[in-house]
Structures are given as C-alpha cells and as structure tokens.
Design a protein around this ligand. Structure first.
Ligand SMILES: NC(=O)c1ccc[n+]([C@@H]2O[C@H](COP(=O)([O-])OP(=O)(O)OC[C@H]3O[C@@H](n4cnc5c(N)ncnc54)[C@H](OP(=O)(O)O)[C@@H]3O)[C@@H](O)[C@H]2O)c1
Length: 272
C-alpha cells in the first residue's frame, strides 16, 4: 500500500494526506533527520510558522541541504496588521531561502478581537493579499481554535484553507470540517493525535501493558478516515514517529462509525 493523496480544497494543489507539523521538531537532537525522513518517505506538506521557534530555520536548512524545496510549505503570521504580515512574509521567505511560499496563514485567530483586527481595512488579510498579488505567496489560509470563527472564515470566502483541531479527543470540529469541504476550503488538521501531553501519557500506558484501542496509530486512522480532511499534520521530533505514522497512513482501513465512537469514548477516559 502507498500513501494516498488528497486535494487541498480548491487550491489546485494535491498533497499526501499525512503531512508534518514542524512546531516542535526543532526541539530535538534529531530535528534535521526527522524532516529528512519525512521527505524521504513521501510526506510533501509541512506546516511551520513565524511563531514556532527555530522551525522555519530548520526547514530552510533542509531545503538548502536537499538543493531545493520539494514539498508544499505552509507558514503563518501572528501579526494582525497589513504592514506586519508583509514584513513577516519577507522574513519567512528569507529564512526558508525560497522566493515563494505555497500557503500563508493567519495564525490562531481565535477571538472576536483577533478576527476584527486581522479582517479590518489595513489588517493582516490585506497584507497577505498584497503579498499574493506580488507573487510571494500562493494561497491564503487561517488557523483557529474557535469553531464559530472557523465557520465564519469558511463562509467569508476569503480563505483557501482552514486549520482546526480534530481528533477522537476533539470530535466536535467534524461539522465545521464538513462545511469546509462542501465550500471547497482545504482542511488542515492540527493536533491529530491529541497533542504532546496526551501522546506521552498514551505511550506510558502502552509501555505498562495497555492493549486497548487508544493508540497514536488509531488516532491517526480516525482523522484520515474522514474524507472531508485534506491533510493531517502530526507533530514529530524523531524519525521513529515519522516511520510509524507513514506505516499507518500507508496501510489503513477507514474506521466505521461504531469504531469511531468507541475511540472517542476511550479517549475521554485517558486520564481516569
Ligand atoms: N495553528 C495553531 O494554533 C496550532 C496549534 C497547535 C498545533 N498546530 C500545528 O499542528 C501540528 C501538530 O500539533 P501538535 O504537535 O500540538 O499535536 P499532535 O500532532 O497531535 O501531537 C504531537 C505529539 O505526538 C507525538 N507523536 C507523533 N506521532 C507519534 C507516534 N506515532 N507515536 C507516538 N507519539 C507520536 C509527538 O511526539 P514527539 O514530539 O516526541 O516526536 C508529539 O509529542 C503542530 O506541529 C503545528 O504545525 C497549530
């Protein structure tokens, strides 16, 4: 079996459904090897951000060492102003060492105030549109932890992609993901295996003999079983995680509804 591809909404870009979230990857002695193994094993979508310390530098180093960018790169800005977001894009381009970034996102627009600022005249969205017009970025996306704002972003028609949390720990984002798919907005799933605290707890339980269904592999299967998702971006600091996640994504059967409900119930009991 092989990794499967999906469309990133209506962007015209197709990516392998398993990507890499490079937020924590730099905080590892095996950072470069982790990104290299992701690319070697076929992952072709990597998410970074100005706000992820060392992450754009790490990807820039990998791009240089490989002699060019061979993956779809997505970065983000915390800025809410047009000037600030353009400055951030210039910085991303120079740190990554590329002339063009495929997807640039407004980062963590999770309050009404953040939304109002970023969407106002002279706000960050205006800056991203200017950069797009100048040919510096391909598509504009948004990330949020607020599902009502995710819905508003999708309905606004301004964004090519939306990044939301989704997993058996957080199934409530499913309707928003469905809406995005209906509207041709690409869906990037952050925290697909539940985040570092929970995965560490899960790994500890498994080492102590737990044999139930709540495993990182099944959590990944849960997200990939949703056809409305474009790409899931589990974080990783070690090549071993990449190898395991690629093995899962290369050969899985989609979860049916009862299996999904069982995993959600098991996830809710993690800390009992
Ligand atoms: N836009 C936002 O506001 C926002 C917020 C959060 C995250 N994100 C994005 O989403 C990405 C992923 O989020 P996340 O890292 O918070 O959560 P996550 O992907 O659900 O969890 C990452 C954790 O899972 C562990 N892991 C991954 N694969 C594993 C496997 N096969 N077996 C055991 N453990 C495994 C990693 O371990 P190791 O680290 O030890 O390898 C890491 O601790 C980030 O990198 C970032 O790109 C965006």
């Amino acid at each position: 079996m092989a990794l499967r591809r999906r469309q990133l909404g209506n962007t015209g870009i197709s990516v392998v459904e398993l990507g890499l979230g490079a937020m924590d990857t730099p905080h590892s002695p095996q950072a470069v090897e982790t990104v290299m193994s992701a690319l070697d094993l076929g992952i072709d979508f990597i998410d970074t951000a100005r706000g992820y310390e060392g992450s754009e530098h790490l990807l820039g180093r990998v791009i240089r060492e490989r002699g060019g960018k061979t993956f779809v790169a997505a970065s983000k800005t915390f800025s809410h102003t047009a000037n600030g977001s353009q400055w951030e894009i210039d910085k991303s381009l120079s740190v990554l060492g590329v002339p063009f970034i495929d997807l640039y996102q407004l980062h963590d627009i999770s309050t009404e105030r953040a939304w109002d600022e970023a969407m106002a005249d002279g706000g960050a969205l205006d800056g991203l549109k200017t950069a797009q017009y100048r040919g510096l970025i391909g598509h504009i996306g948004i990330s949020t932890h607020d599902l009502a704002l995710a819905r508003r972003a999708i309905e606004s028609g301004e964004f090519a992609t939306v990044m939301v949390e989704h997993s058996a720990f957080f199934p409530e984002s499913a309707p928003v993901i469905e809406l995005a798919a209906e509207r041709g907005v690409g869906v990037i799933v952050m925290r697909p295996v539940g985040g570092s605290g929970r995965t560490s707890a899960m790994r500890g339980r498994i080492e102590r003999g737990y044999t139930g269904p709540l495993t990182p592999a099944n959590l990944l299967r849960y997200v990939l079983s949703n056809p409305a998702v474009s790409v899931a971006i589990p974080g990783a600091r070690f090549p071993s995680r990449i190898i395991e996640n690629v093995a899962t994504a290369s050969d899985y059967t989609a979860m049916d509804e009862p299996e999904r409900r069982e995993l959600e119930a098991e996830a809710a009991r993690l800390y009992e």
